[in-house]
Design a protein around this ligand. Structure first.
Ligand code: BES
Ligand code: ZN
Length: 630
């Protein structure tokens, strides 16, 4: 990260924030108390006990810290809801010198800064400190899933979610994406359970359990804190290739291995375009359905929602996405959460390149069309200042500003560059960009400088400066965007029109031949009011209320809510009480809240579902469902 003092970024969108008139400092992380100009954590060594009874991790974190500014004598770390027991300076190999520290006031968004007074004498340029601590049951980055809510229903499950600023709720550290560290860990788990991490397992092969419940890990590549991850459960492993496999509970492991058997093909497709996969193995961990995201790109081990195990490999774009982060995000990392589009927009672009290579044009066109629809719908609801690629997040919780803009608009920006410079040239440009910034964190302005120096000169007239500025600074979708097109969806549109106009019955629709994508497009196009008889007809022909595919069910349930289609209500309730993936449940609650009867239904379901949702999902849903009635 090299731009802390570089360009001040002033654009129309920033100026619009009257409440925070100061210009944004490119590369400054407004979501961390750490001061990376004074100190940098280089290595983390964890030794943690896992208590499911107490919902608590406890133990020690040893930090190896490089001193950058010798005048600063207080080391500031990020924490949230941690209980700090003691802190020592580790002098020499065995000497523990107690240190004084203060835990600052708790900020609702950022947590509490931990300020550690360093010894006045004897500190080496790289020194070590030991922090003895424990987590609290309500830690925002941990979910302690009770046995009945897992696939096997026999054992509990623990998983972490550190992105964006939740690592601090389970490890005291510099919780900023511009601080990279290597890590090692010893995790103690109850007998019969297995621990997995975003790291290389040491001394235990994937096949066997450790009788003593002690699992060791080493992560030799320096990563930002948001990629530190832990899962503990009754996990089995199935290999799907020489460097790929899945960890899951026994009830799911075979289905998951079958669903994701094409992972190695995806890696090879990506390597061909973007350079070698640099992380050794690529495994998947299948989480309980309360995981609040679709996937999380924890290095070497992506965390995956079970809701994409559809049985027909139709939702594997999620795997391509998390895998693609091995280049965009994990190798070249956003310097701050304002720069998230460098992670997510690039990743959606890479995901598309991988999906095209593995599954072909027809499927890729459909997936891009579905993405574009969600982007359009979302843009319609957002203030202009949140429709820009690099969103001003000062004073805001990144979890609350999670939208499709950095994802889909970001990917459309790269696609637009490809349309002007050629796809092969842009692939090559990205390949070199990943090489150049490998294991570094960069800002939007760093990227722009690299783009101007390395891609634009290849064809000086290919893009106008005003066009580039529009993409990188203006709200909305630029007119120059190159939009996807799908013939398959046009046929679906025609079928829908015929059905709504009474020219075809539901039974005569070609639905039996439709893929997940075609079904989702068909249903999402049933906007406005649809007569109950038509819905009943569709339901009778295709058993939509009972459909297992989580995405088709989602689209169907939105229609059911809008049209008060009562036969689907029990399914709506079971969906909302078993799935905790935010993308699939938040819109359903929002739809319900639009009418008084729906709001009552939403509240009744939410009261039952809430205890089982992840803290990140609860934080977004409370404001929607529990907000005072208007
Ligand atoms: N890294 C994200 C998830 C994330 C982003 C968590 C920001 C917290 C803050 C992950 O790679 C992701 O984008 N997941 C998507 C996948 C989809 C776009 C294919 C999801 O969970 O829906
Ligand atoms: Zn992502």
């Amino acid at each position: 990260m090299k731009t802390l003092v570089a360009a001040l970024v002033m654009s129309a969108s920033v100026a619009a924030h009257a409440a925070t008139p100061d210009p944004i400092v490119s590369g400054r992380d407004y979501h961390s108390y750490a001061e990376p100009t004074a100190f940098r954590v280089k290595h983390l060594d964890l030794d943690l006990q896992t208590s499911f009874e107490e919902k608590r991790l406890s133990g020690v974190a040893d930090l190896t810290v490089a001193r950058i500014d010798a005048n600063v004598t207080t080391l500031k770390l990020d924490t949230r809801d941690l209980t700090i027991r003691r802190i020592w300076w580790m002098r020499g190999a065995t000497d523990l010198v107690p240190l004084r520290y203060t835990l600052g006031a708790r900020d609702a968004m950022l947590g509490s800064p931990l300020s550690i007074d360093l010894p006045a004498e004897g500190l080496t340029p790289e020194f070590r400190i030991r922090i003895s601590y424990q987590t609290r049951p309500e830690a925002s980055g941990l979910q302690w899933v009770a046995a009945p809510l897992t696939a096997n229903k026999t054992d509990p499950f623990l998983f972490t979610q550190s992105q964006a600023i939740h690592a601090r709720s389970w490890i005291p550290l510099q919780d900023s994406p511009q601080v990279r560290m290597t890590y090692s860990a010893t995790i103690h788990v109850p007998p019969g359970m297995r621990a997995v991490m975003s790291a290389q397992p040491i001394g235990n092969d994937a096949g066997g359990l450790k009788a003593d419940g002690i699992y060791k890990f080493d992560m030799p590549q320096a990563i930002p804190s948001y990629l530190i991850a832990l899962g503990v459960g009754k996990l089995e492993f199935r290999a799907t290739g020489p460097r790929t496999g899945v960890y899951a509970e026994s009830a799911l492991v075979d289905a998951a291995a079958k669903e994701f058997a094409e992972t190695e093909q995806m890696i090879q497709a990506s390597e061909k375009m973007f350079g070698p996969y640099r992380w050794g193995r690529y495994d998947l961990l299948i989480l309980p359905p309360s995981f609040p995201f679709g996937g999380m790109e924890n290095p070497r081990l992506s965390f995956i929602t079970p809701t994409v195990i559809a049985g027909d490999r139709s939702l594997t774009a999620l795997i391509a996405h998390e895998l693609a982060h091995s280049w965009s995000g994990n190798l070249v990392t956003n310097a701050t959460w304002r720069d998230l589009w460098l992670n997510e927009g690039f990743t959606v672009f890479l995901q598309g390149r991988i999906m095209l290579a593995v599954y072909g044009q027809r499927r890729e066109d459909m997936e891009e069309m579905l993405d574009l629809m969600t982007l359009r719908q979302e843009i319609a609801t957002l203030p202009p200042s949140d429709q820009v690629l690099a969103i001003d997040l000062r004073g805001r919780d990144p979890d609350d500003v999670f939208t499709q803009v950095p994802y889909i608009k970001g990917a459309l920006f790269i696609s637009w560059l490809a349309s002007r410079f050629g796809t092969e040239q842009v692939d090559k440009f990205l390949h070199d960009y990943f090489d150049k910034f490998a294991f570094q964190s960069i800002s939007t302005e760093d990227f722009r400088a690299y783009l101007e120096a390395n891609l634009l000169p290849q064809k000086p007239d290919a893009v106008k400066r005003a066009e580039l500025d529009e993409w990188m600074q203006a709200p909305g979708l630029p007119k120059s965007a190159v939009l996807p097109h799908s013939d398959a969806f046009e046929r679906v549109d025609a079928a829908r029109t015929a059905f709504l106009g009474g020219k075809t019955t539901a039974a005569d629709l070609p639905g039996k031949d439709w893929t997940t994508h075609e079904w989702v497009h068909f249903l999402d196009g049933l906007t406005g009011k649809v007569p109950a008889a038509k819905l009943a007809e569709l339901d009778a022909a295709f058993a939509l209320t009972a459909v297992g595919n989580s995405e088709i069910a989602f689209s169907w349930l939105r229609i059911a809510i809008r049209n008060e289609y009562q036969p689907a209500y029990p399914r709506l309730e079971s969906y909302l009480t078993t799935i905790g993936r935010r993308k699939l449940i938040k819109p359903l609650y929002e739809d319900l809240m639009k009418t008084p009867a729906g709001a009552a239904r939403a509240r009744a379901i939410y009261v039952r579902a809430r205890p089982n949702y992840h803290p990140i999902a609860v934080a977004s849903l409370d404001g929607i469902v529990l907000a005072p009635a208007r």
